[in-house]
Ligand binder design. Structure first.
Ligand code: GDP
Length: 456
C-alpha cells in the first residue's frame, strides 16, 4: 500500500460547529496517547482501549502555569481496533465555539496537526479498515437528507456492496485470465462447451453490473433529491396544491429563510424520496419587478425539472402545456367543484398520467404521491449522470464503463475474438476495482476524501 500515513498525528473537531452540549475532538496517530497525556496529565496506553476516563483538560497539564480549559471525557481506542486503524483518543468536551477550539489548539501544541478533510477516513481506508466504497457510504450517510437515504448508506457501510463488488472484481479478473490461458490450447484440447460457459458467465456479469448500476443511480437520486416543478395558468391552484402536499410539515421543512410567502422552493419527502418542489408562480410573484425575468427563470426550472406537475382546472378548453410530456403529470385541480370530475373523465386518453385532486378536501393527494413515486423509480433507473467529482456519480460512471466493456466482450465472444474478449474483461475488472479501491490513484483518493468534512 502507498504510504500516505506518515508518522503524523492529526486532530480535528469531529462535531458540527455551533451551540451544543457536547463536542468531540478526535486525535489519531502514533502520538495520540502523548497528546492525551499532555492535556490531562494522565498516561494512557493500549491497555486502556475501550474505556473512558473523566478528566480535567489543560493546555499543558504538567507545566506550572497551566490553564484549565474544561472537564470532560477521554475515550481510548488502540491500533488496530479504531476507526482509523491507528491509536485514537477522543476528547468529549463542552460544546460551543470556544472550548472545543481551545482543546484543539492544545492538541496542536502537543504535536498534532489539523486533519485535512476526510483524513481520518482516508487513514481508515489506507489501513484496510474500510474499502473505498464504504468510505463513500460514510459521506453519503453524513449527507443523507431522509431516513431512506441514510438507510441506503448504512447498508453499503456494512460492506455488503463492497463485498459484492469484490466478488465481481475477482470473477472478472479470473475469467479474463482464463480466456487468455485457453488461447494457449488448441481447440480439441478444450472442453466442448467452454464457449457456452463463457457466454453464460458473461451474461451473468452483465446482469450483476446492471443491477449495481441501477442501485447506484437510485442512491444518487436519494441523496440529491428530485426536482418537481409546479406549472399552470394563474389561479389554477398551484399554491393551494403545494400547501396541501406539504401539509403541516411545511413550516418545519421549509429550507428558505423568511416567510412561507417568500419561498418558492420547499423540501418534502414522499416515501423516502427527497423532493425539491418549486412553484413557478412564486417565482413570478417574487420577481414582479421584472416580470420577464421571472418568466425566464420559471422556464429554466421547467427545463431542469425531473417531474413537472401541470395543473389545470379545466376552465379553459385549451391544453396549454407545451413541454416534454414524458416527465409531466396532468393534475386536474378543484375536483371538489361541480362538474370537474365529469369533465376530467370525458378527456381523451393521453400518454401521461392524469390525476384528479382537490386541495380543499385532500382528495387525490395519495394518488398524486403514488404517481410521483412511480416517476422517481423510473427516473432512478434511467437518469444520465453528469460528470464530476461527486462520489456516487463516480460509481455510476465506473459501473457504466464496466457494463460497456462486458457488452463489448459479449460481441467479441460471438465472433469469436478471444483476445479482445479477454482484454474487455480486464477493462471491466479495472473499472470495478476502482470502485472498491483495488485500483486507485492519488487523484481518485483526493476526489473522494476531499468531499468529507474536517473531523471525519
Ligand atoms: P395559483 O395562482 O395557481 O397559485 O392558485 P391558488 O392556489 O392561489 O388558487 C386560486 C384560487 O383557486 C383560490 O381562490 C383558491 O381558493 C382556489 N382553489 C385552489 N385549489 C382549489 C380546490 O382544490 N378547490 C376549490 N374549490 N378551490 C380551489
Amino acid at each position: 500500500m502507498m504510504s500516505v500515513i506518515s508518522g503524523e498525528t492529526i486532530s480535528a473537531i469531529a462535531t458540527a460547529p455551533g451551540r451544543s452540549g457536547v463536542a468531540v475532538v478526535r486525535v489519531s496517530g502514533g502520538g495520540a496517547f502523548d497528546v492525551a497525556k499532555r492535556l490531562t496529565g494522565r498516561s494512557f496506553s493500549s491497555a486502556d482501549a475501550g474505556r473512558f476516563f473523566y478528566v480535567k483538560f489543560y493546555d499543558d497539564a504538567s507545566s506550572e502555569g497551566r490553564n484549565l480549559l474544561d472537564d470532560g471525557l477521554v475515550l481510548v481506542f488502540a491500533a488496530p481496533h479504531s476507526y482509523t486503524g491507528e491509536d485514537v483518543v477522543e476528547f468529549q468536551t463542552h460544546g460551543g465555539s470556544v472550548t472545543p477550539r481551545r482543546i484543539l489548539e492544545a492538541t496542536f501544541s502537543a504535536g498534532a496537526r489539523l486533519a485535512r478533510r476526510g483524513e481520518f477516513t482516508e487513514r481508515a481506508f489506507m489501513n484496510g479498515r474500510l474499502d473505498l466504497d464504504q468510505a463513500e457510504a460514510v459521506i453519503n450517510l453524513i449527507d443523507a437528507r431522509t431516513d431512506r437515504g441514510a438507510d441506503e448508506a448504512l447498508n453499503s457501510l456494512g460492506g455488503f456492496k463492497g463485498k459484492e463488488f469484490a466478488s465481481i472484481y475477482d470473477g472478472l479478473l479470473h475469467t479474463g485470465s482464463t480466456i487468455e490461458h485457453m488461447l494457449d490450447f488448441s481447440e480439441d484440447e478444450l472442453p466442448g462447451d467452454w464457449d457456452e460457459q463463457l457466454h453464460a458467465a458473461t451474461l451473468e456479469y452483465h446482469s450483476q453490473i446492471s443491477g449495481a448500476l441501477a442501485k447506484a443511480r437510485e442512491g444518487k437520486v436519494l441523496r440529491d433529491g428530485v426536482l418537481v416543478v409546479l406549472a399552470g395558468r394563474p389561479n389554477v391552484g398551484k399554491s393551494s396544491l403545494l400547501n396541501a402536499l406539504l401539509g403541516e410539515k411545511r413550516a418545519i421543512v421549509n429550507e428558505r429563510a423568511g416567510t412561507t410567502r417568500d419561498s418558492i422552493e420547499d423540501f418534502m419527502e414522499v416515501d423516502g424520496w427527497p423532493i425539491r418542489i418549486v412553484d413557478t408562480a412564486g417565482l413570478r410573484e417574487t420577481d414582479d419587478v421584472i416580470e420577464a425575468e421571472g418568466v425566464q427563470r420559471s422556464e429554466e426550472f421547467m427545463a431542469k425539472a425531473d417531474v413537472i406537475l401541470y395543473l389545470d382546472d379545466l376552465s379553459s378548453d385549451a391544453f396549454a402545456y407545451d413541454g416534454n410530456v414524458s416527465k409531466m403529470i396532468h393534475v386536474v385541480t378543484k375536483c371538489d367543484k361541480e362538474g370537474i370530475p365529469e369533465k376530467a373523465a370525458a378527456l381523451k386518453n393521453a400518454p401521461y398520467a392524469r390525476i384528479c385532486t382537490s386541495s380543499v378536501t385532500g382528495d387525490g393527494m395519495d394518488d398524486l404521491k403514488a404517481e410521483l413515486v412511480k416517476m422517481f423509480r423510473r427516473l432512478a433507473a434511467t437518469t444520465s449522470e453528469t460528470p464530476g467529482a461527486d462520489v456516487t456519480t463516480r460509481q455510476c460512471e465506473l459501473l457504466q464503463i464496466a457494463q460497456g466493456a462486458i457488452e463489448k466482450a459479449l460481441e467479441a465472444l460471438k465472433v469469436p475474438e478471444y483476445v479482445i474478449a479477454a482484454n474487455e474483461y480486464h477493462n471491466a475488472a479495472d473499472a470495478i476495482g476502482k470502485i472498491i479501491g483495488k485500483v486507485y490513484s492519488d487523484d481518485l483518493l483526493d476526489a473522494v476524501f476531499s468531499r468529507f468534512c474536517v473531523g471525519k
